[in-house]
Design a protein around this ligand. Structure first.
Ligand code: NAP
Length: 288
């Protein structure tokens, strides 16, 4: 049996849908903190079990009889909370007799990163390795489908993308395609104790994004790099909550420092085909 944590989140749901094409629904355990959000999964025949990252006993119960867990990292922001929750998941997997944990980490995780979530991903990888559990680590790059958030709602009317990423480049990957690659790994062998950089070539700067956006929309768009301080001030003017200001500024500084500028053939190999490229994706959102 395969268990998926964070099963009512975007990546968890997409992975379960990809898995349903490969295994019987009864072989899939959706571990969710709010079972009411999992009605559709239950209707598809998936087993739904309660499991909260803050509640070790619920996780241990959820993992009974499970051979492989897809452990999707928490959406919490603060380091101490993230680590406590992540340790609960790994400890529970071990105590429940799970053989293999597949963890969704971050590209180039580092304690020195400008991006707030990065140190906890590195520490979680270390904790997982030290647990002795067989593991596979997906070091996910930024999702291509969150790029419209960086582009901003006013990009097309104003012809400008304002962001504080300098000339930094990012290898983007679509969340749905990461889910398909995860489903392929969860249903095949040869991935024990492997680390995969989920970072398809080519990486793109926001100048490249503006060029692609111009081509698909037919309207001229330029990227205007601004300072991290100016970006934070702009967000505060629009009453963006302080934790989101911090998170977004950190992401921008990390992109600027090229922390997500990597390219690896691993994603294409695991997906079994060429990933969707920037322009094709932007055309689905901004196409004429
Ligand atoms: N690479 C990127 O660009 C990127 C972007 C955003 C996030 N991420 C990371 O990747 C993860 C997956 O992405 P996503 O798009 O699927 O995020 P998401 O839609 O926010 O899903 C996060 C999942 O974590 C679950 N969760 C949070 N706290 C929990 C708790 N205490 N106990 C049990 N489950 C809990 C949520 O449960 P509910 O469904 O009940 O809310 C949700 O299912 C995120 O959690 C985050 O760590 C990566």
């Amino acid at each position: 049996m395969l268990a998926i944590t964070g099963a009512t989140g975007h990546l968890g749901q997409a992975t379960i849908q990809a898995l349903l094409a490969k295994v019987a629904p009864t072989e899939i355990v959706a571990v969710v903190r709010d079972p009411e959000k999992a009605t559709a999964l239950r209707q598809q025949g998936v087993q739904v079990r309660p499991g909260d990252y803050n509640d070790p006993a619920s996780l241990q119960a959820a993992f009974q009889g499970v051979e492989t867990v897809l452990f999707i990292s928490t959406s919490e922001v603060e380091y101490e909370i993230r680590m406590r929750q992540h340790q609960h998941v790994i400890d529970a997997a071990k105590q429940a007799g799970v053989r293999h944990v597949v963890y969704t980490s971050l590209l180039n995780p580092s304690r020195e990163s400008q991006f707030g979530a990065s140190p906890s991903h590195l520490a979680t990888e270390e904790y997982l390795r030290a647990s002795g559990l067989t593991h596979t680590i997906f070091r996910n790059t930024f999702y291509l489908d969150i790029l419209p958030m960086f582009i901003g709602e006013n990009a097309l009317p104003s012809g400008k993308i304002y962001f504080a990423a300098g000339d930094g480049k990012v290898s983007y990957a679509l969340r749905e395609e990461i889910a398909q690659a995860l489903a392929n790994v969860l249903t095949s062998s040869g991935h024990d104790n492997q680390i995969y950089d989920i970072a398809p070539a080519p990486p793109y700067s926001l100048h490249d994004v503006a060029t692609a956006l111009t081509e698909v929309s037919g309207q001229p768009v330029a990227y205007v790099p601004i300072s991290s301080e100016d970006m934070a001030a702009g967000m505060r003017q629009h009453q963006v909550p302080e934790p989101v200001v911090d998170l977004t500024s950190g992401i921008a500084r990390a992109i600027s420092a090229n922390e997500f500028n990597s390219a690896s053939p691993a994603f294409e190999q695991l997906l079994g085909r060429k990933p969707t490229d920037l322009k094709t994706y932007l055309a689905t959102v901004y196409g004429k």
